[in-house]
Design a protein around this ligand. Sequence first.
Ligand code: PLP
Length: 412
Amino acid sequence: MKPAGPLPPDYAAAPRLTLAGFDHAHWIERAGGTTPLFVYDMTVVADRLARLRADLPPGVAIHYAVKANPFGDLLDALAPTVDGLDVASAGELAMALDRVPAERISFAGPGKRDVELEAAIAAGATINLESEGEAERALAIAARLDRRPRLAVRVNPDFELRGSGMKMGGRASPFGVDADRVPALVRRVRDAGADWRGFHIFAGSQSLDTDAIVESQAATLALAADLTERSGAVPPLVNLGGGFGIPYFPGDTPVDTHGIGAALAQAIGNVRSILQDTEFALELGRWIAGQAGVYLTRVVDRKRSREETFLVTDGGLHHQLAASGNFGTVVRRNYPVALAARMNAAPDETVSIVGCLCTPLDRLADRVALPRAEVGDVIAIFCAGAYGLSASPAAFLGHPQPPEILALPAQT
Ligand SMILES: *Cc1c(COP(=O)(O)O)cnc(C)c1O
């Protein structure tokens, strides 16, 4: 037997899986009656945002990173509740522009093509410049369009976020401009007449280490202050990145946002004399949306092979790649998983849950203890709200695209 990850507390207490006050069967019915599907509980998102706002120092903006979950209905519900949207492609930019004013959108990511830069400049969104070359292309496009581009400089910091699943600083990187070359680039875009928006400093992702996040935010602010002095211009905005992880695996514990907020207030206080009128923002994807999502899949077959029992489901890694251990993890470990109709019944047996794809990679849970499941029972895989469907190879093996549905309270 191998342990499964911790059930998100929002769902752990009920005997049957309930989302936004309604039984999971209600949401399956509303989504068309078939499995597999993704359900996103917007009460979880709202609770988390409210908690984060209460924990952060006043005036620190919260941005949502669209790539974590770009589902249109979710963006509709989420966009009015955050201060900005961060996008990473022209497609995401278009989705963001449909929902918020351009001033609240920033566009990061390497390899922005000219058409993408043009779309952002024409709309008036902020471009987080990833290189000097990108800056020159943006300035040339702006001149051709006769527009004043809103440009921020993404910094490749000389430190990394410790304990981070994906490191993005402290080394050679496709992301951002090495810190020592940033002052020259700031002067260049300001001299060219751009509307310089400030710094974007993103040191890593999926960290559960509160101390490391605190340390990284303090280092980010110190770096921003240093770059400000060396550039000779106070940034209107410093985007501190995000990096807050969520518990996926056995032993994982959530980050302490209260502690992070208190430390951030202090760290901002330390640099206020230099960053006098600067605004600050966090950009979070996974932390906002991840725990709101549940992937529901049905048992199609129950079989024994040698000493193992397999529950073969109608879902798989084509929808939820990360749960199979093939997206950003080195060692395969089990996501939180439960039988939706018997959430906290005592386990009867050890089973492996596999998907319907013809590849041994398609294992959603490896030898977990569950109550006995029969053909037709619904299995819930948690933490499916971020980097789920949009980060999975949905075309692999030609199964239909699964429905996605928002669970909203008092919806009938
Ligand atoms: C992906 C990304 C994020 C979101 O990261 P999470 O780990 O989902 O919070 C934020 N900012 C940038 C620039 C990104 O590329």
